[in-house]
Design a protein around this ligand. Structure first.
Ligand SMILES: Nc1ncnc2c1ncn2[C@@H]1O[C@H](COP(=O)(O)OP(=O)(O)OP(=O)(O)O)[C@@H](O)[C@H]1O
Ligand SMILES: [Mg+2]
Length: 268
């Protein structure tokens, strides 16, 4: 379990550029849960996940992961983080060696590394033939899968994804999440998904935290969020198109997916 209490964060304390990015943040993430973090640009999402992953030092409050303080080096093995545009960090000559890079640094055996590379490639939907290909010959969507596989190969207990579909074309976007989310979830990993995309949140998140100006505006189920227009407006967010459509048809139900909408509309 991840437990965040009274977290605050200020950049460049004591300088004229001092900037408070987070205020009074408390929440928990249970094992196996998919928690989405939403909010407009600059609301503090990336700052929050960097703190949770122990990548920047706390300036106020506390974070515990499985009872360990976030400053404890042991948490590094528990958390995998996929940054925004992770494919920019690919640099090995082949897909296989790129995915194997971090597990190698963990000092695992060749056999274990090879098994992890195979499993991670399967989870992100990359076929075996791509192993010996240079990542730079792949499409943007495939490169992103390679980068995500590199983190999955570490077998983190907690996986943090910062805007995993940002900058992909609509088809690649749709394919990436619908194909990989099921496989990743099945492995039992706990996921924190940072996203602007309400459609992704509606389909994949168990719970959503909405940040605005560094504070939590909402913490609950996506379905309950989309019923709270005042919160969405305040956070500069919009419900998914399918939710808006059903509302516009005068149907007093909050739907999250096309399937749900179809069922409601086709009812006699
Ligand atoms: N390294 C930094 N130094 C100073 N201020 C920063 C730094 N990084 C972020 N900030 C500021 O902290 C606030 C929160 O930024 P953060 O990157 O966490 O937002 P975000 O929600 O991830 O935004 P986006 O959706 O654009 O990725 C913003 O006002 C930002 O300008
Ligand atoms: Mg960000």
């Amino acid at each position: 379990m991840i437990s965040v209490k009274n977290l605050g964060y200020t950049y460049m304390i004591g300088t004229p550029f001092e900037k408070t990015a987070l205020k009074n943040i408390s929440f928990e993430v249970a094992e196996g849960e998919v928690l989405a973090i939403a909010g407009h640009t600059g609301s503090g999402k990336s700052t929050l996940i960097q703190l949770v992953a122990g990548l920047i030092d706390l300036t106020g409050g506390s974070i515990e992961i499985d009872g360990l303080k976030v400053t404890d080096k042991k948490i590094r093995r528990l958390i995998g983080i996929v940054f925004q545009y992770p494919e920019q960090q690919l640099f090995e000559e082949t897909v296989e060696s790129d995915i194997a890079f971090a597990p190698k640094n963990f000092g695992l055996s060749e056999e274990e590394i090879s098994a992890r590379v195979n499993e991670a490639m399967r989870q992100v939907g990359l076929s075996d033939e791509l192993k010996k290909v240079s990542p730079f010959e792949l499409s943007g969507g495939q490169r992103r899968r390679v980068a995500i596989a590199g983190i999955l190969a570490l077998k983190p207990k907690y996986l943090i994804l910062d805007e995993p579909t940002a900058g992909l074309d609509p088809l690649a976007k749709e394919n990436l999440l619908s194909e990989i989310f099921g496989a990743i979830k099945k492995s039992g990993v706990t996921i924190i998904l940072v996203s602007h995309n309400m459609d992704d949140i509606a389909r994949f998140a168990d719970r959503v935290i909405v940040l605005a100006h560094g504070e939590i505006l909402f913490n609950g189920k996506p379905r309950d969020l989309f019923a709270r227009e005042e919160i969405l407006t305040c956070a500069g967010l919009e419900p998914p198109p399918v939710t808006k459509l059903i509302h516009a048809l005068g149907i007093d139900k909050i739907v999250l997916t096309l399937d749900e909408a179809e069922k409601i509309i086709s009812k006699p």
